[in-house]
Every structure is written in C-alpha cells, then in structure tokens.
Write a protein that binds this ligand. Structure first.
Ligand code: SF4
Ligand code: MG
Length: 283
C-alpha cells in the first residue's frame, strides 16, 4: 500500500454526519491504491463545481480545478482533450450534474469521452439550505417546496445509458470499501464513466435509514449485458420504495471520442500535406 499523503491543510467545513466524508475517504483509498499499482498521481486531475461536494478538491493533494455550477463536464473534457495522457475525475452534485449541467452530461456520454464523473447525489441542494433537485422524490418538502414537490424525479442512470455512457455504477455513502472499488474501476475504464453516489445530506435530507433498508450489493450480475443493466437500473426509479442496487451496473469497451478525434485530425493533417505537395508541384 502506498504511503502517499493526500491530505491538505484546508479545514474541513462539512456538517458532522455528512455523506461527503465517505466519498472523500473512498476516493483517497482509490487514488492511493491506483498510485501503488502504477498510476502516478501527477497524471490525475480533479474538477469540481459549486456546492457542498465541490470542497472535496480542497481536501485532496492532487491537481484540481474549481469550475462553475453545472460546468464540471466541459472543463473536464477540455483538460482531457488538451492532454489525453491524464485521467480526469469530475465531482458534481445532483443539482450541478442533473440540473443545470445535464446537457453537458448527455453529450459527454454520447461522445464516450474518457473522463470519470462522480455524482454526490444527496437529492437536495445542500449548500443553499435544502431546495429540491431533479432526483428529489415526489412530495419532497424543502425550502422551495414547503407543500411538497409536484414533480417526479428523473432516473439519471437510465438517461445516461440511453445517451451512450459506457460505464455506469451506483454507490452509497454507507459502504466505503465498495465505493472505493467502484471508483477505481470507473477511473481505469476507457471511456465515459459515471458513478451515482447516494450521498446522504445529514442536515437537509437524512436518508441513512431509508437506504439501509433498501440498498443491496449486486451479485451474479453481468454488467456487459445491456438488458440486465437496464433492468437493474429501472428496478428503482428514485421515487418508489423498491430495492436499490449498488455496484457496477453497465460496462462496455467502445472507441473513445479522443481516439476518433485524434485519428481524424491525423487524416486531415495527411490530406493537408498531400494538397501542399500537389500545390508545390503545380507551381
Ligand atoms: Fe453535507 Fe448537507 Fe451539510 Fe452540505 S448541508 S455539508 S451536503 S450535510
Ligand atoms: Mg445535492
């Protein structure tokens, strides 16, 4: 096990009991193990957005970029395209990723760009004291909906699957070892990977007991079988009281955006040099 130090001097300001601590511990363990297995930490870049989740990059001694609300994905994509040798891990809240930034997420999945997105899905806007988000259940009572929401939540994993994501997983802030394994697999996956973490907001939406009763770890599941993946993804719609699967739901090896894009660039460069040769010969 590597002895690298991932801690920083920043004071942690999350509320006691917040599920973000579990995500921080799991990603620390994952990065430590990846480093020990030969992935240099200098080759990893983290990106975060705006919200309670975003502070995670302050607590990790790894290169990082604080982006804007809803804009984690384009920044992560830009970093990857500028230097395809780095592994880019984006952190975003559910409001960030599934609300304001949903269009970026859909197109990143469609392109199969090789980045990893970790979603701190507490199903509430925590930093702004408890408004409903795209994954809050029907009837959720928060600051902006004291009488309860009138909207059904989206199932972000089903949306990501239909958009073309090549790796989809779900974890919770209760099972750190499993979360660490999922993070490692997602980061090592070649292509667009997304981990939806059911991260409990202890202060504004304490779901520990609810998830303890329903979450189970996937066994005997073939993530390469799209139909199996879809069935497991549809088992819980973020609104019902059905069992909630945790683990790698879908995984497929597909060409990445960078591979296609760079090949195309080389072809254009080749044809440019042929045109130049022709022009020179014609003068
Ligand atoms: Fe965590 Fe919620 Fe507190 Fe934010 S408001 S730090 S998500 S418990
Ligand atoms: Mg949130």
């Amino acid at each position: 096990m590597s002895q690298i130090k991932l801690e920083t001097y920043a004071k942690n300001t999350w509320c006691p009991g917040c599920g973000n601590f579990a995500i921080l511990n799991a990603i620390k363990m994952a990065l430590g193990e990846l480093n020990a297995e030969g992935v240099p930490l200098e080759n990893i870049v983290l990106v975060s957005g705006i919200g309670c989740h975003a502070k995670i990059v302050d607590y990790l001694n790894v290169s990082s970029f604080y982006s804007l609300h809803g804009r984690v994905v384009p920044v992560a994509e830009g970093i990857k395209l500028a230097n395809s040798g780095v592994k880019v891990v984006g952190f975003a809240g559910d409001g960030n990723a599934y609300g304001e930034g949903i269009e970026h997420l859909i197109f990143a999945a469609k392109r199969n760009i090789d980045i990893t997105m970790i979603i701190h899905n507490n199903r509430v806007y925590g930093l702004t004291t408890g408004q409903y988000t795209p994954t809050s259940p029907l009837g959720f009572k928060g600051r902006s909906t004291p009488g309860g929401t009138s909207e059904l939540p989206i199932n972000p994993l089903e949306l990501m699957l239909s958009s073309g994501a090549s790796f989809l997983a779900r974890g919770t802030s209760r099972h750190i070892e499993l979360l660490k394994d999922i993070f490692k697999e997602a980061i090592l996956h070649k292509g667009f990977s997304l981990v939806d973490v059911l991260q409990v907001c202890f202060t504004y939406y304490n779901m520990y007991e609810y998830y303890d009763k329903r979450v189970y770890e996937l066994k005997e599941h073939n993530p390469e079988d799209r139909n199996q993946a879809l069935n497991k993804i549809r088992e819980w719609d973020y609104n019902s009281d059905s069992p909630i699967a945790s683990g790698v739901l879908y995984k497929k090896e597909l060409p990445t955006f960078e591979e296609r894009f760079l090949t195309k660039k080389t072809k254009i460069a080749d044809s440019d040099s042929k045109i130049n040769e022709f022009l020179k010969a014609s003068i």
